[in-house]
Design a protein around this ligand. Structure first.
Ligand SMILES: [Zn+2]
Length: 208
């Protein structure tokens, strides 16, 4: 009988522990890494800028040009020369999505970030050669996430475009928050300009 009560008691505590993170977002937020700095997702030394200005990297298709919902980061050396280059987490957070969804997307990662003011945003990294994080992994700012590709290795075999990083930044108003989406749309509510957002929150080396 004593055993029975002990087991029943521990079961209650188990249920309570499950409901703390689900029921009280403030409790969940205590456990979540705070994204208090953001960086561009490419470039080893942290000085990349979206301009084609000699720092090795540029944004070939800026946010909302052609209804593009993100930025296309490419090496300044062109073609598939950036195939295999490192892709870094724009900030700390938790990996929400990690899968090869094939089609035009290939390997995709989504990292969810908690800002110091309590708002949530997420960054999406697409066409990767590989994925080094799985859903649920805690990720640090500028931690290695994978490598640039064109959806599936080897570059040049699978996609009608050169290897590059398709990079999006969304907030909770985005209809595809937590999901991959379409990459292009006339409806862009909830998608943020990644460069504007990052430049406002960058720390350390700020490039030229
Ligand atoms: Zn793109």
């Amino acid at each position: 009988m004593k055993d029975f009560f002990e087991r029943k008691l521990s079961y209650k505590y188990f249920v309570l522990l499950l409901f703390i993170p689900l029921g009280y977002s403030s409790a969940a937020q205590l456990l979540y890494p705070i994204a208090d700095e953001f960086h561009f997702p490419v470039g080893k030394n942290g000085i990349a800028t979206p301009a084609r200005d000699g720092d090795g990297w540029y944004d070939a298709q800026p946010f909302l040009v052609n209804n593009h919902l993100g930025e296309d980061w490419n090496a300044e050396t062109g073609g598939n020369s950036d195939c295999g280059a490192e892709v870094y987490a724009a900030s700390s957070g938790i990996c929400l999505f990690s899968a090869d969804i094939e089609g035009g997307w290939g390997n995709v990662l989504i990292i969810r970030h908690l800002l110091p003011n309590g708002d949530w945003v997420e960054t999406l990294y697409a066409h990767l050669e590989d994925r080094l994080k799985e859903s649920g992994d805690i990720v640090g700012a500028r931690e290695l996430l994978g490598h640039i590709g064109d959806g599936a290795p080897p570059c040049g075999n699978s996609a009608p475009y050169y290897a590059h990083l398709h990079f999006e930044l969304r907030n909770e108003n985005c209809a595809y928050f937590g999901k991959v989406g379409n990459g292009y749309s006339e409806e862009h509510k909830g998608w943020l300009n990644p460069t504007t957002f990052i430049v406002a929150r960058r720390k350390g080396k700020v490039g030229r």
